[in-house]
Design a protein around this ligand. Structure first.
Ligand code: HEC
Length: 153
């Protein structure tokens, strides 16, 4: 009984913290960015021409594992809008950096399609950005990159 009560309080506390961080958060632009660079050969790659944007949209909003990209990178109703880096879960990731704001031109103009591919595949160590190499095929990564670069800017 006692243990359940403690768990209950802990759950409320966590929820309050996450939702207040979310409510207080605004989209940042330009964003401070210390993300590791992809090897030059990967950074130069761009396979979005033949990628499937509709499939990329599905991955961003629904099927990506462990969770949909929108949970951190933002959806329509989140502060700043779709892709602005203030998703419901992203706001809780204060440490050490916020999810990328794909709508921020000043930041995104320095990020090539190949750079995005590298980080989506391998993750950005020490941040909430996890590696997707076990859950997304290379082709699916290009699909989601096409969706982000064409529809979320
Ligand atoms: C749990 C939260 C979370 C989820 C889920 C998530 N990201 Fe991220 N993402 C982040 C954070 C935090 C960063 C910033 C990392 C950094 O600054 O190094 C980031 C950065 C990025 C970047 C920028 C790379 C760069 O070089 O600046 C891309 C592209 C990206 N994410 C794509 C995606 C895609 C596509 C998905 C879904 C398949 C996804 N992310 C899911 C938190 C998340």
């Amino acid at each position: 009984m006692k243990k359940q009560f403690v768990l209950f309080i802990a759950a409320i506390f966590t929820f309050a913290m996450v939702s207040s961080a979310y409510a207080a958060k605004k989209a940042e632009c330009p964003q401070p960015r210390k993300t590791k660079s992809a090897p030059a050969s990967t950074a130069k790659q761009d396979k979005t021409a033949k990628a499937n944007k509709a499939n990329g949209k599905k991955i961003y909003h629904k099927t990506a594992k462990p969770m949909a990209c929108k949970m951190c990178h933002g959806d329509k109703k989140d502060p700043g809008g779709l892709g602005a880096g203030v998703g419901k879960l992203g706001a809780a990731f204060k440490s050490p950096v916020a999810p990328r704001n794909f709508k921020c031109k000043a930041t995104m103009k320095k990020i090539s399609a190949g750079q995005m591919f590298w980080i989506i595949k391998n993750g950005s160590k020490g941040t909430g950005m996890v590696a997707h190499k076990k859950t997304l095929k290379d082709k699916e990564i290009w699909d989601v990159i096409k969706y982000i670069r064409e529809d979320l800017k």
